[in-house]
Design a protein around this ligand. Structure first.
Ligand code: NAP
Length: 295
C-alpha cells in the first residue's frame, strides 16, 4: 500500500521504518529537513510538503507533539488538508486532549476523508517491532478500514469508542506510568542506604506487587541511571511526560475536577526539567530524585 507519514520525530520515524519493513511504499515529510535523511536512505520517498504527500498515498499516519503541531501539519496552504484528501484514510496517533481529535476529525470529514485516532502505548523499540498498544477512536466502519494497518503496528489494538475516546484512554494510561517513576525514586530512597546492586534491586522490584509491567522492560535502564551510567538515548523524555501531564491536568479541568497526584507529579518533572533533566528519559527520574537524597 502507498502510505504517508507526516512528522518524523522519534515515534514517526520508527513507525515509518516499521511500515517499510512490512512492505508498504512510504512517502514521508517532516518540518525539520534533517530528520528525513535516514529514512530516505532506506528507500522512502520524501514529499516537499504535507499537501504534496497526501496526493501520493492512500493512507496517512501522524504522530506529533501536541495540538499546535497537529494544526501546523494539517492546516494552512501546504497542510495535509490542502492536498488531495478525498477518500484517504488518516490515522492520527498523537497524545493530545480528546477535543483536539474531535475537532480534527470534523475537518477531515469535511474533505470527504476518513479519520481514526489511535494514540499508542509503548515507545520506539515496540514501534520498530510492531508491538505498540493501540487505543483507537472512531466508527466501527472506519476502524475496520484502519485495522489491517494498525495490526501491523500494534501487538494489541482496541476500539475504545468514538473519536476522542482513544485520547481519553491514552491520558488515563500514562498517568500511573508517569507517577510510577517518581514513586520508584521515593521507594529507592528508603533502601538506598543498604548499598544493594541497583540491577538486582530493579529485578526484585519487577518481581513484586510494587513493580508494574514497564519495569520488566525498563528496569535495566533505571539501574544504569541510578549508578550514573549511560542508559542509552531517551525514547520518552521527561519533557514529553510533562507535556502529557499538562494535557491530563487540562483535560480534568475541562471535565470539572482536579488530579492532585498528577499535579504534584508534574511539579516534580518540572523541577527535573529546570535542573537539566528534561531531555533525559523518564526512566532516569528515580536517579534524579535519588541525586537529591545523596549525602
Ligand atoms: N516517545 C515516546 O515514547 C512516545 C510514546 C507514545 C506516544 N508518544 C506521543 O507521540 C507524539 C510524538 O512523540 P515523539 O516522542 O515522537 O516526539 P518528537 O520526537 O519530539 O517528535 C515530534 C514531531 O512533531 C513535529 N512537530 C512538533 N511541532 C510541530 C509544528 N508546530 N509543526 C510541524 N511539526 C511539528 C516534530 O517536527 P520537527 O522534527 O520539525 O521538530 C516531530 O516530527 C507525542 O504526542 C507523544 O506524547 C510518544
Amino acid at each position: 500500500m502507498r502510505v504517508g507519514v507526516a512528522g518524523l520525530g522519534r515515534m514517526g520515524s520508527a513507525i515509518a521504518a516499521r511500515l517499510m519493513e512490512v512492505g508498504h511504499q512510504i512517502t514521508a515529510w517532516n518540518r525539520s529537513a534533517d530528520k528525513v535523511e535516514p529514512l530516505a536512505r532506506t528507500g522512502a520517498r520524501i514529499a516537499a510538503s504535507p499537501s504534496e504527500l497526501v496526493g501520493q498515498v492512500e493512507a496517512v499516519f501522524t504522530i506529533l507533539t501536541d495540538r499546535a503541531a497537529i494544526a501546523g501539519v494539517y492546516e494552512g496552504p501546504a497542510g495535509l488538508l490542502a492536498g488531495n484528501a478525498k477518500d484517504k484514510l488518516f490515522i492520527e496517533m498523537s497524545t493530545v486532549q480528546p477535543e483536539t481529535e474531535v475537532e480534527l476529525a470534523k475537518k477531515i470529514r469535511a474533505k470527504g476523508a476518513t479519520m481514526v485516532e489511535c494514540p499508542v502505548g509503548g515507545t520506539v523499540g515496540p514501534a520498530l517491532q510492531g508491538k505498540l498498544l493501540g487505543l483507537a477512536g472512531g466508527t466501527r466502519e472506519d476502524f475496520s478500514r484502519a485495522k489491517p494497518l494498525l495490526e501491523q503496528m500494534c501487538r494489541r489494538v482496541d476500539l475504545v469508542g468514538p473519536i476522542g475516546a482513544g485520547a481519553s484512554m491514552k491520558l488515563a494510561i500514562n498517568l500511573p506510568l508517569g507517577v510510577f517513576w517518581q514513586a520508584l525514586g521515593e521507594a529507592y530512597s528508603l533502601c538506598r542506604h543498604l548499598n544493594l546492586d541497583p540491577a538486582w534491586l530493579m529485578e526484585l522490584f519487577a518481581d513484586t506487587s510494587g513493580g508494574p509491567n514497564v519495569l520488566k522492560a525498563r528496569g535495566g535502564a533505571v539501574a544504569l541511571a541510578l549508578q550514573s551510567k549511560d542508559p542509552g538515548s531517551a525514547t520518552f523524555d521527561c519533557d514529553s511526560i510533562r507535556k502529557d501531564f499538562r494535557t491530563m491536568v487540562a483535560e480534568a479541568k475541562a471535565l470539572g475536577f482536579g488530579l492532585p497526584l498528577a499535579e504534584k507529579t508534574l511539579a516534580i518533572y518540572d523541577q527535573a526539567s529546570q535542573e537539566g533533566w528534561g531531555r533525559k528519559d523518564c526512566t532516569e527520574l528515580p536517579a534524579f530524585w535519588s541525586s537529591h537524597q545523596a549525602k
